[in-house]
Design a protein around this ligand. Structure first.
Ligand SMILES: Cc1cc2nc3c(=O)[nH]c(=O)nc-3n(C[C@H](O)[C@H](O)[C@H](O)COP(=O)(O)O)c2cc1C
Length: 192
């Protein structure tokens, strides 16, 4: 299964190389795209080495035979997973903005989209954030919220705890959605 892993700029982003490595060990093909702010937390070059593919971080990037990344990469995958998603990316997606590569790709894909927000407790409890997450769900995106006991708590130097769903729960959801997609294509062929 081909993942398009869309990484945003949050504290949890520093774990992205290890996540890509783990996904590849599980047998997934992983192509990574970055929001411009993600590049402040992790280098595209490191992710290129680990994913084995060029990492795009601008809608105007080209290379690897890709000319318009937000259109081509949006289709050359089986699923788009925004992981980790920042509060600002959640807002961008809820409003249908396409002002950088991640939001533009999500807006242009026909594939299922999973959004995995990384939020601290204050942001998570803000009505505007909840409103945006609900809007994403209404729009057909699969939102994986941090759930007590099933999420990873990242503590920075100022002891600000940020929660995000675990990689295991993201993989479990992706596998479920992948299964549904293949069921759909089988039924299209008139098979069970
Ligand atoms: C050290 C640090 C950690 C951050 N962690 C988070 C976070 O966990 N969640 C979040 O929504 N924003 C976090 N931010 C704020 C985002 O970096 C900021 O909103 C940024 O504009 C997000 O960019 P993007 O959505 O375009 O990738 C953090 C910022 C810094 C400097």
């Amino acid at each position: 299964m081909r993942w398009l892993l869309a990484v945003c700029g949050v504290g949890a982003t520093i774990t992205s190389p290890q996540i890509v490595l783990n996904l590849r060990k599980m047998g997934f093909t992983v192509r990574v795209i970055l929001s411009p702010n993600a590049c402040k937390f992790v280098s595209p070059e490191a992710l290129e080495v680990i994913s084995g593919c060029k990492v795009f971080h601008s809608t105007f990037d080209r290379g690897d035979g890709v000319v318009v990344p937000h259109i081509e990469l949006a289709e050359e995958c089986d699923i788009v997973v925004v992981f980790p998603a920042s509060a600002s990316m959640v807002a961008r997606l809820a409003y249908g903005l396409a002002d950088e590569l991640v939001s533009a790709t999500v807006l242009h894909t026909h594939r299922p989209v999973v959004v995995v927000p990384a939020l601290n407790a204050t942001a998570l409890n803000k009505p505007v954030v909840e409103r945006n997450l609900l809007q994403l769900e209404r729009d057909g995106y699969h939102v994986l919220r941090p759930v007590k006991g099933k999420s990873v708590r990242i503590t920075d130097l100022r002891d600000v705890g940020v929660s995000i769903a675990s990689l295991e729960s993201v993989v479990a959801l992706v596998r479920r959605l992948g299964g549904k997609a293949s069921q759909k294509s089988l039924s299209k062929l008139g098979q069970k």
